[in-house]
Design a binder for this molecule. Sequence first.
Ligand code: GLU
Length: 402
Amino acid sequence: MKTAKKKDSAAGKSRKDQLRSARRIVVKIGTGVLTQSGGKFDRARFESLCDELHRAAQTREVVVVSSGAVALGVERLGLLARPKDIRGKQAAAAVGQSRLMRLYDDVLGPKGVTVAQVLLTHADIQSRTRYLNARRAIAQLIEHRALPIINENDTVSVEELKFGDNDTLAGMAVDLVEAELLIILTDIDGLYTADPRKDPKATRIPEVFGIDPATLGLAGDSSSGVGTGGMATKLRAASRAGESGVPTLIAPGKQVGVLDAALAGEPLGTFVHAPPQPETGSRKRWLLRDLRPTGQLVIDDGADRALCERGKSLLPSGITEVRGTFEAGEPVEILSTDAVAVARGFSSYGSDELRRICGLKTADIVEKLGYKLADEAVHRDDLVLLETLRKRPSKKSKGESA
Ligand code: GLU
């Protein structure tokens, strides 16, 4: 484990710089932050946190991952304790989720912040079509300057489709919303050298450079009992964010003003640096990790150069042939005219649709299909160039079409 004080992270920026400069952030708010001991909803903290979110949203693009549905449902249903069985949690979440959003809207609405509910299951992240749909919808919300508030769709999440806890969901949301920073607000101060409840000599670790089994070992079982995840799930979420090149701050969410202080770069909580990134962004590596292309797109020379030399997206106009059968959102291989695989990416359209629009200009898509899912056949953000590219002789310029 590398926890020693280091001036600069692998990305060449200090912790403070990374906190101050992150443009889009995911703020995860745990159940423990929103409840008092005994599980009662902490209205005062909720309101002050909304103040902080409002202030943050003035200068950053904020996406919230909020727990609290089950806790609010338990309170509203008059249950004595948080249910342990899945049906009980599903029912409590159904009651509490609407209450949770109502509360956010009641407090943030008058401040001029429009809130938007986004409920996800793990299946939404695993299916590329649903993943891309969710990503587009959230991007649109951000464009509208609305505040997306994500939670797991607990009521329909059966065990095998569950994220398990909102730390995991937040770690995955980093990719989904293309965030530059993850802040996990929790009911503990951060990661300690030992369990602070048992060891008076335990000290908080301000910075972690890379998460390995030794770091995870420090997390122990530090769950507060009101939420689902403990420190270990927070570190795993940080590790997941790190794979995308995104750092994570685990910070004391009960502390009033924590978000202001965190974004000002003050030394609180535990900052988990993202590991150094190889040339190909890890977000793309994650997008393509272990995925087998289900189809192939043959492109013309103009599109080839646009992709490989100018970093552009692939437009339908640059496609000369569509091979295989695939749905929108599935991975495809992109082949040059000389049959070299130059890139892989996720197709915005299904194979049948692409066969109808390949070679057409973007402006003609709607006329042909009656609708348009995207301008691009494969968006740049969903595309990764393959190594083989470098070994290819450069081609002579012809007309460019992508
Ligand atoms: N989705 C759950 C809720 O809103 C929280 C899960 C967790 O505690 O991580 O209550």
